[in-house]
Write a protein that binds this ligand. Sequence first.
Ligand code: MRU
Length: 325
Amino acid sequence: MTTYETLTLRVHWEDGYFEILDQTRLPQEEVWRECRTHEDAAEAIENLRVRGAPLIGAVAALGVWVAHERGEDVHRAIDRLRRTRPTAYNLFWALKRMERADDPRREAERILREDAETNRKLGDHGADLLPDECTVLTHCNAGALACVDWGTALGVVRSAVFHQDKDVHVIATETRPVQQGARLTCWELTRDGIPVTLIADTAVGYVLASGEVDAVIVGADRIALDGSVANKIGTYQIAVLADRHDVPFYVAAPTSTIDPETETGDDIPIEERPEDEVKTVQGRPIAPEEVKARNPAFDVTPPELIDAIITEQGVVKPDEVADLV
Ligand code: MRU
């Protein structure tokens, strides 16, 4: 088959280019954008047209493949793509694989195919943890839109609903500043017919205290060897609240998110994004122009707040992740 197509990607293997679903335009419009050079791929990653750790890795791999197809210096392409976003480990994992590959097309194909398979496996492991009828709170978007296919945290929900016939209701946090929860999680779950209710980030404490949530499931951008997890800003405060209210807190991630060279959470580089993302909503100003804003894109949840990490190799305790890599 010459074209490989998922919710997020269309890869035209024989024609040497690929398209991405531009996530900055969702949910209003479904716009596909061509990536014909590694710079197109880098721009798409930097500007969050594609985002989510596994998808960032996959698009970077495709960026290296298109550079190779064009007869360009693959190492320069890799250097450029490495500088796009600092936190998601899957980016560096995928680029390392591409750097070592004799056949960039075959390696990119493998990375894409493996992501889709891995997420189904971890989804099935995670689904076993959920009661037959339950409410799951999730943060940001760790769904099919964040991956090549199926999703991680939402992959667990999909497996529970479609493979185990469970009745799952999702509560999605808005996820300021750029609202991946409202725009993306709500869009993809609605499309699949999975019931979802949107809450403002500020409602998390109220909702967890009410007793209506059976589990929190989030994704991860980088997991350190001590079991600390970097994920979208706001994850840490949800973990603290889940602990306070005895709600299980699970992280769903492929083992490609575990960084074998990062010992602790303190060693994880945290991306600081432009302050405009905080001072605007969908491009509209919401604060005085001269005010300063801070925009850390991720935070770190320590292992003691995490009940389990769900991977394609099985469900483990945070202090067991080092054994998986
Ligand atoms: O800034 P983003 O949208 O790339 O951040 C995404 C997240 O934090 C996700 O939760 C994480 O990458 C896991 S995706 C399966």
